[in-house]
Write a protein that binds this ligand. Structure first.
Ligand code: CTP
Length: 406
C-alpha cells in the first residue's frame, strides 16, 4: 500500500528545530514525508538534517530538478501539507496567494488538507494583519492551530509558542484520517469539559474520581481537526494539552461551572464530558486534618454541587446552542440514560456502560448517543476518537438544521 504523502513545510523561526521531532514521528509512523523549508528556515536547521530525517532531497526554490516540475507536483500529490512552524510572513504569503519559493508554490497547488502551526512573538500573532490572514486561511478550510501560551524566545512569555510536536503530530494523524472530508466545524466555537473534578477536604486531601479525561480530550482533538475553535476545560487528568486548543485548567465543580458559563457565552456547542463530583465536603479545613489516638474520626458532611449540565441546558447563553452530556451507567443503561436525558434537558446524551473492559482510563469505548428528538445512535466498541467523531457528526447535523431555519 502507498504510504500517505505528507509535505512538511518549515518556515524561518527558531521553532524549526522542534519540527525535526514532528518529522521523526511522521516518518516512523509510516508516512512518506517531503520537507520543503523556506530559505530562512535553513538558517535555523540545515538541509542535511531535513534530508537525512526524511530520506528525500530538500530544495527551497523552484529551479532545482526543474524537469520534475516540483513546484506543481509536490503539492498536487500530497495527502496532507503541514507548515510547522508557520511564521507571520509565511501566513501572510499563504493568505495572499504569493508564490515566490517552493513552499508557497506547493501551498497553491495542494488540494489536500493544510495545517498551519504558527509560532511567533505575541505581538506578531495578535497584530490585526496576522489575525486577518489567519481568518482568511481558515475561511478557505485550512486548519490554523492556535499557538500555545508559554515561554517564547528570549525573556518573553505569552501566546505564540509552538505547540508540543507530539500534539501537532496527533492533529496531522487525525486530519489525514479524515481524508477528503471537509473541516466541517470551521467557524464554530465548541467548549468541551474533561477529566474528573477534585473537591478538597484539607490542603493535602480531596474527593476525586477515576475519570482519565481521554474521552473529553479525544472530543477536543477531533473538533480541532474538523476546524473548530475549541476551548477545553480540563479538570484533573494526566494528559498533555492538545495542540490548537485553548485549555483552561480547573479543579473543583464550582470552578468548572464558572469556567463553563464563561466559555459558553459565545459557544455554538458545549459538551460536558467531565466527571463532575455531585457532592463536596461541607467544610474545608485550612490545616491538615489530624488523627487523635483513641478517638473516631469526625464524620464527613457533604453538600450538593451545582448541576452544570442541567443549568446550562435550561438557560442557554446563546440561542440554538447545542448541549451534550455524558452518562456512565452500570445498570439499566438505556432506561437510565433516557430518564437522564429528560432530567438534564440537553440535546444529546452519550450513554455508556461502565464495567469489565469498558473501564475508566481505557483507550476504547462503546456507547449509544440518545437524542432529545428520540433517535438513538449506537456506536460500536472502538477508539474514543471514533465516538468523538460520531458526537461531532450529530452536533453538526443540528447546526445544519438550525442554519436551515435561519
Ligand atoms: N454533570 C454536571 N454537573 C454535575 C454532575 C454531572 O454537569 N454536578 C454532567 C456530567 O458532566 C455529565 C452528566 O452531567 O455530562 C451526567 O453526569 P452523571 O454523574 O451521570 O449524572 P448525575 O445527574 O450525577 O446522575 P447520577 O445520579 O446517576 O449520578
Amino acid at each position: 500500500m502507498d504510504r500517505p504523502k505528507v509535505v512538511l513545510g518549515v518556515s524561518g523561526g527558531i521553532a524549526a528545530y522542534k519540527a525535526c521531532e514532528l518529522l521523526r514521528r511522521l516518518t516512523e509512523s509510516g508516512h512518506d514525508v517531503r520537507v520543503v523549508p523556506t530559505e530562512s528556515a535553513l538558517r535555523f536547521v540545515g538541509a542535511a538534517t531535513w534530508s537525512a530525517l526524511s530520506g528525500h532531497p530538500v530544495a527551497t526554490d523552484v529551479f532545482s530538478d526543474v524537469h520534475e516540475v516540483p513546484h506543481v507536483r509536490i503539492g498536487q500529490s500530497a495527502d496532507l501539507v503541514v507548515v510547522a512552524p508557520a511564521t507571520a510572513d509565511l501566513l501572510a504569503k499563504a493568505a495572499h496567494g504569493l508564490a515566490d519559493d517552493l513552499l508557497t508554490n506547493t501551498l497553491l497547488t495542494a488540494r489536500c488538507p493544510v495545517v498551519f502551526a504558527p509560532a511567533m512573538h505575541t505581538e506578531m500573532w495578535e497584530h490585526p494583519a496576522t489575525q486577518q490572514n489567519v481568518a482568511t486561511l481558515r475561511s478557505r478550510g485550512a486548519l490554523v492551530v492556535e499557538p500555545a501560551v508559554g515561554r517564547l524566545t528570549g525573556v518573553d512569555t505569552g501566546k505564540g509558542r509552538f505547540p508540543d510536536p507530539v500534539e501537532i503530530f496527533d492533529l496531522c494523524r487525525r486530519t489525514l484520517a479524515r481524508g477528503s472530508r471537509p473541516a466541517d466545524l470551521t467557524g464554530r466555537h465548541v467548549v468541551v469539559s474533561a477529566g474528573g473534578t477534585r473537591e478538597p477536604l484539607d490542603p493535602v486531601r480531596f474527593l476525586g474520581n477515576r475519570s482519565s479525561g481521554k474521552q473529553g480530550y479525544a472530543l477536543a482533538g477531533t473538533a480541532a481537526a474538523r476546524g473548530a475553535r475549541v476551548t477545553l476545560l480540563a479538570a484533573h487528568t494526566d494528559l498533555p494539552d492538545p495542540a490548537g486548543v485553548d485549555v483552561v485548567h480547573v479543579e473543583t465543580a464550582v470552578q468548572l461551572r464558572e469556567a463553563v458559563l464563561k466559555a459558553a457565552a459565545d459557544a455554538d456547542a458545549v459538551v460536558m464530558a467531565a466527571a463532575v463530583a455531585d457532592f463536596r465536603p461541607a467544610a474545608y479545613a485550612t490545616g491538615k486534618i489530624k488523627k487523635t489516638e483513641g478517638r473516631d474520626p469526625e464524620p464527613l458532611t457533604l453538600v450538593r454541587n451545582p448541576d452544570i449540565l442541567a443549568e446550562l441546558s435550561a438557560d442557554r447563553p446563546r440561542p440554538g446552542q447545542v448541549v451534550v452530556g455524558f452518562a456512565a451507567e452500570t445498570d439499566d443503561v438505556l432506561a437510565n440514560g433516557r430518564a437522564k436525558l429528560r432530567r438534564k434537558g440537553c440535546d444529546l446524551l452519550v450513554v455508556n456502560e461502565v464495567g469489565e473492559r469498558k473501564t475508566f482510563g481505557a483507550e476504547e469505548n462503546e456507547a449509544v448517543v440518545l437524542s432529545a428528538d428520540g433517535t438513538e445512535t449506537p456506536v460500536p466498541y472502538g477508539p474514543k476518537e471514533a465516538l468523538a467523531d460520531v458526537v461531532w457528526d450529530l452536533v453538526g447535523n443540528r447546526f445544519g438544521a438550525l442554519d436551515g431555519l435561519g
